[in-house]
Design a protein around this ligand. Structure first.
Ligand code: SF4
Length: 396
């Protein structure tokens, strides 16, 4: 599903965040809204007054004397209630939040202190922290209704410094009922003072998702392309737990992680007993992965022995384990009950084979970019019906 479009911007330079209104609103409800004027929508001047900005699919023939973007290349994806940001210099319109989706994210920075071989969001070394923080503070203020789950993601969120604490504090006061999951490499948590300060935020529903790719330091450091990362991440996991911060461990499965998967889950069971959830995740064919595909690719069909062994090992020891980003037709039936619909709505793809598949309602499908690279064993399942997959928000 489309997230961005562009048009021609006038009358503003700083970015504007607002809620799309496709119908005219009463004047006292316009200050947070961006009025969208669709094709054949004959809005009068009075209809356009008082909004944060105007978005117009076609050419706007008169200057309304306020920020506006017209001549949009696409607008079908914009719905009433979506929260978007408008960029004055480029005419970019980016969707930040769509209330009707199951998975919601707060994207906080493109910067990172690791450089993982399969990173789906390759880091960029430009200082986006202040601008994105201000945008996200506005976004949090506009989100309604509050979602049950929200994922804080980047880049590496802890690189925000004090701004991360500002964001989480705002989330705590604006939507304390929303469960927050922050995806971090965990390295910053190795500093006891940092972990203590994070815990002192006292958010009632926050947890960390921290990747660990091997029980062997050299292998983990190679995957994340950062020497010493294993030691920092493991120390960070312990510091988080010591301070009462809930943690999940994430493992991306590929040719470099599969050989030691059995050892890794034993390591987690013996050394990270406090971990509340382990997510074993399929590879995304985006970001850095295509350029490193020769080193990373293994067909998921070919690691079912290792995956089944790891899941069974954890499950019989009462550790909570899930499989993300895998198609039911590629997984062994014994693993179906651990499979989650983890792919964000806008990233999900189903192939032509899926149309006749009895497992379609329970299957999480593929990433959109898997159209270029996916298992050779995708096939429609005729019967019996697989078990129902848990519908909780499991986000990647
Ligand atoms: S054929 Fe499609 S819907 Fe069926 S299990 Fe495979 S990926 Fe899922």
């Amino acid at each position: 599903m489309r997230l961005t479009t562009t048009g021609v911007a006038h009358n503003f330079e700083k970015s504007i965040v607002g809620v799309i209104a496709k119908e005219a609103l009463p004047p006292d409800q316009r200050t947070r809204a961006i009025r969208f004027v669709g094709p054949n929508d004959a809005a009068s001047d009075a209809d356009l007054m008082g909004y944060r900005a105007i978005l117009c699919h076609d050419e706007l023939h008169r200057d309304p004397g306020m920020p506006y973007i017209h001549r949009l290349r696409e607008s079908d994806h914009l719905r009433d209630g979506d929260i978007v940001v408008l960029e004055g210099r480029t005419g970019l319109v980016r969707s930040l939040y769509r209330p009707y989706e199951l998975h919601h994210h707060l994207f906080v920075t493109e910067r990172c202190n690791s450089n993982c071989l399969m990173c789906s969001q390759p880091p960029k070394d430009r200082d986006d922290v202040e601008a994105l923080t201000e945008r996200n503070l506005e976004l949090i203020d506009l989100i309604a209704p509050h979602p049950p789950y929200l994922t804080i993601t980047g880049g590496e969120p802890t690189l925000l410094g004090d701004n991360l604490f500002r964001l989480i504090t705002q989330l705590k006061f604006s939507m304390p009922e929303t469960e927050l999951h922050m995806l971090t490499n965990g390295r910053t948590f190795a500093w006891p003072k940092y972990a203590r300060r994070f815990a002192d935020l006292d958010h009632p529903k926050i947890s960390l998702g921290i990747p660990l790719y091997s029980d062997f330091a050299g292998a983990h450091d190679y995957v994340v392309q950062a020497r010493g990362a294993f030691d920092q991440t493991v120390a960070g996991l312990h510091q988080a737990a010591r301070n009462g911060i809930r943690v999940e461990v994430r493992v991306v499965l590929h040719k470099l992680t599969i050989p030691r998967l059995t050892k890794l889950v034993e390591y987690i069971y013996r050394n990270l007993t406090f971990v509340e959830h382990i997510a074993l995740m399929g590879l995304e064919y985006t970001g850095y992965t295509p350029r490193n595909i020769a080193e990373l690719w293994i067909d998921p069909y070919d690691y079912q022995d290792e995956l089944e062994g790891a899941v069974e090992y954890l499950a019989v020891r009462n550790m909570t384990v899930s499989i993300y980003n895998h198609q039911l037709c590629v997984l062994r039936p014994s693993l179906w009950r651990f499979a989650r619909k983890s792919i964000s709505d806008w990233k999900t793809l189903y192939l032509p084979e899926c149309e006749t598949c009895s497992a379609l309602p329970a299957c999480g499908g593929l990433f959109q970019w898997a159209v270029k690279k996916h298992s050779d064993h995708i096939h429609a399942i005729s019967s019996p019906q697989p078990c129902v997959v848990d519908q909780k928000c499991w986000s990647t």
